[in-house]
Design a protein around this ligand. Structure first.
Ligand code: GRF
Length: 214
């Protein structure tokens, strides 16, 4: 049986799409059972609907964080999900949510953490003039992009890149990383010792990817 997964997002949902595409393969060990957005206009919700996946909009405005997160937890528990993937979810999660899914909440961040946490990692990297940029999949803790790192993918930041060109190159890497990490999670191949993540890698799998500029 496939491992049931929930997705949290706030925007366009290209990472959700990459996860759904991976889950569509019969041999993939996870299935997305519920997609929740805090924004009703998130295109990610439409992507989920098109794929026949149940969706929910849980607005965060005008209520306490505790109340908001309690509704998220109740919805995901009701759907029976075992892992949560944050995929462009623009809210910080507190222990009220995280304790309901201990060490089972993944996030993807568009920078090589611990560099450039928080908002607009790609813009921060571009402004800093880095030569190598990338993305990180990590377990979520109560900090902002501070949780234990599972895998990272690096891409070149070229002199001719504007912020958006760099973002696109990073995004393509994100779409490779996230399904790979979800597979490890669903197959129970992730072990956490303190902040160190051990992954039981199969031949050909890697914890770090590199994409040369095409
Ligand atoms: C991605 O860059 C992700 O790393 C960040 O938010 C963006 C979401 O993009 N957390 P999308 O909605 O998956 O297209």
């Amino acid at each position: 049986m496939k491992v049931p997964v929930g997705v949290l997002l706030s925007g366009s949902g290209t990472n959700l799409q990459a996860l759904m595409d991976a889950c569509a393969a019969p041999s993939f060990p996870a299935e997305i059972r519920l997609v929740i957005s805090n924004r009703a206009d998130a295109y990610g919700l439409e992507r989920a609907r098109l794929a026949g996946i149940p969706t929910l909009c849980v607005p965060h405005r005008g209520r306490s964080r505790a109340d908001f997160e309690a509704e998220l937890v109740a919805a995901f528990q009701g759907a029976g999900v075992q892992w949560i993937c944050c995929a462009g979810f623009m809210r910080v999660l507190t222990p009220a949510f995280l304790d309901a899914f201990p060490n089972r909440v993944l996030n993807i961040h568009p920078a090589l953490l611990p560099a450039f946490p928080g908002l607009d990692g790609q813009g921060q990297a571009h402004a800093a003039g880095v030569r190598i940029a990338g993305a990180t999949v990590h377990l979520v803790d109560a900090g902002t992009d501070t949780g234990p790192i599972l895998c990272q993918g690096a891409v070149p930041a070229l002199p001719a890149d504007d912020r958006d060109a760099l973002q696109q190159r990073i995004l393509a890497m994100e779409h490779r990383l996230y399904p790979m990490a979800l597979r490890w999670a669903a197959e129970g191949r992730i072990q956490l010792t303190g902040r160190q993540v051990q992954i039981d890698l199969l031949p050909g799998e890697a914890l770090a990817l590199w994409e040369a500029a095409g």
